[in-house]
Design a protein around this ligand. Structure first.
Ligand code: UFG
Length: 332
């Protein structure tokens, strides 16, 4: 039986494929390669196509004995979702609907879903737990919440069980050094800080230093991408054991400010990394820190790389070896 990974050629998806491979799973990957990279696949059989294409999905389901799905395929830029929400509803919400319809048609009953802390919006409590209010402040988070709700109703009607994993800030790269983060365009803090360390950018822009936090900059909970990947594998196991649908936060429970991240990156890289304070970025909550007690208790999940230094170290190994991401192969 195979695990189908949608969006498996993306940053987190490719690390999940690597983790599944280590477990000896049979893996099928679906990716439209809009943002994914073929080179990021350390295993699996790749089908290039879009979830919104029913004939394409028929081929995938007919050619493979799929028993579980891990669903990453989605657009995930908060800023873009605010200027082009239609793209997010079409790809994320409609794409998920198409997938769930096909799961129902082919009798596939298990799905692990790549969700986000953005489903909570501005938190009422810190650390955030899964029972806290969900009130997204951006269209991206709203679409992910809509996808979760859709899964709930497909469970009610068709007994398709889901585990939704709401991650906080993914960081780092695979220990092998073979895969890492390569977004075009890049918007995330750690890769941008490392691009500044490499001299690819003149400085890192700090988006606001007047938040209600210790040093005035936003605080986030960083979690190593391989620890996230591991949680997906555990979630597949749990669904196979017959678990009910559930939602879990994934984070380390420890917050780091933007300034602290830059300081740690300076120490790890030994580079100066100039920083410039700039205005706030729209839609950024001041503090996002997870309580992952539920995932630890029920999934048996335990982050292995919980030190931010280690995450930045692994990201630095990847970025310094691949300054142009996966394009390095063709450009060098
Ligand atoms: N930041 C900067 N300068 C930059 C980039 C980011 O100061 O050049 C700041 C942001 O303002 C934010 C922090 O660094 O305060 C982290 O920003 P990221 O863009 O790295 O991550 P986000 O917290 O905005 O987003 C992440 C995921 C999203 C998810 C969100 C949940 O990338 O997919 O967490 O809120 F939706």
């Amino acid at each position: 039986m195979a695990v189908l990974v949608t969006g498996g050629a993306g940053y987190i998806g490719s690390h999940a494929v690597a983790a599944l491979k280590e477990q000896g799973e049979d893996i099928v990957v679906v990716d439209n390669l809009q943002q994914g990279h073929k080179e990021a696949l350390l295993g699996g059989k790749l089908y290039v196509g879009d979830l919104r294409d029913p004939d394409f999905l028929d081929t995938v389901f007919q050619e493979n004995a799929i028993d579980s799905i891990i669903h990453f395929a989605a657009n995930s830029l908060v800023g873009e979702s605010m200027t082009n929400p239609g793209k997010y509803y079409h790809n994320n919400v409609y794409g998920t609907l198409c997938l769930l319809e096909k799961m129902n048609e082919y009798g596939v009953k298990r799905i692990v879903f790549s969700s986000t802390a953005a489903t909570y919006g501005e938190p009422e409590n810190v650390p955030i737990d899964e029972y806290d209010r969900t009130l997204p402040t951006n269209a991206y988070g709203e679409t992910k919440l809509a996808m979760e709700k859709m899964m709930k109703w497909f469970d009610t009607a068709h007994a398709i069980k889901f585990i939704s994993l709401r991650y906080f800030n993914a960081a780092g790269a695979h220990q092998s050094g073979l895969i890492g983060e390569d977004h075009q365009p890049e918007t995330h803090l750690i890769p941008i800080v490392l691009e500044a360390a490499l001299g690819k950018r003149p400085h890192i822009s700090v988006f606001g230093d007047d938040y209600d936090t210790e040093d005035g900059t936003c605080v986030r909970d960083y979690i190593h991408v391989s620890d996230l990947a591991e949680a997906h594998v555990l979630a597949v196991h749990r669904l196979r054991e017959g678990a009910e649908s559930a939602v879990y936060n994934l984070g380390n429970g420890q917050g780091f400010s933007v300034k602290q991240v830059i300081e740690i990156a300076r120490a790890v890289t030994g580079r100066e990394i100039p920083a410039a304070i700039e205005p706030r970025r729209a839609g950024d909550p001041a503090v996002l820190v997870a309580s992952s007690d539920r995932a630890r208790a029920e999934l048996g999940w335990k982050p292995r790389f919980s030190k931010l230094e280690d995450m930045i170290e692994s990201a630095w190994s990847w970025h310094s070896a691949h300054p142009n991401g996966y394009n390095d192969k063709s450009s060098s």
